[in-house]
Design a protein around this ligand. Sequence first.
Ligand code: ATP
Ligand code: MG
Length: 201
Amino acid sequence: MKIGIMGGTFDPIHLGHLATAEAVREIFMLDEILFIPAARPPHKLGRKVTDEKHRLAMTLLATRSNKFFKVSDMELKRTGLSYTLDTMNELHKTFGDSTELFFIIGADSLADLSKWHEAKTLVEKCHFIATTRQGVDIDFSAVKKFFGATAVEHIHRVATPGLEISSTDIREKIRRGRSIKYLVPEAVEEYILREKLYDDR
Ligand code: ATP
Ligand code: MG
């Protein structure tokens, strides 16, 4: 089994996440993509994150029409900070050691990977797929220098459709009373409006 992991705050989940996950699934011939909403991302401690029940609900709505997409609440159930290493260890326990895990990250995150908790151990345990937009490349020499030989085998780069969408931008649009149509799945748009999320005017 080859499982892709899409982790994120998903506050809210948007078409950038979904299109990227689907492209990576096909390119790497993954059996499924597991979306794992993060509890309290260590790098986002400064910002108030929307209640996890809403982020989980939106992730479920967004992924329900794709039979290869699954959602896990494992990080939400965990207490304390959520580290990717803990998640990978838990997944290896669930799926067995022969299952290969592919953690999907944006190119921007790849530059910071060396600063992640237990980064070197993490890169040995699972694969990383860094998604870049056509023409935009990452400085891979710094990554190689830090991670050494494992980097070449376990860190992959792939060009995916670069949808210029971010959750920050969507939250900002809602705050200004602007449309978020075609940026999130319809069901997610309806959910946001119904629950009055991000509308702190
Ligand atoms: P925020 O604006 O709050 O930081 P975000 O849009 O970056 O939110 P996250 O939940 O932080 O979304 O992202 C989860 C993962 O998805 C990260 O690895 C991030 O790099 C990736 N990602 C985010 N937006 C896109 C996009 N438009 N296309 C491809 N990947 C994306
Ligand atoms: Mg982000």
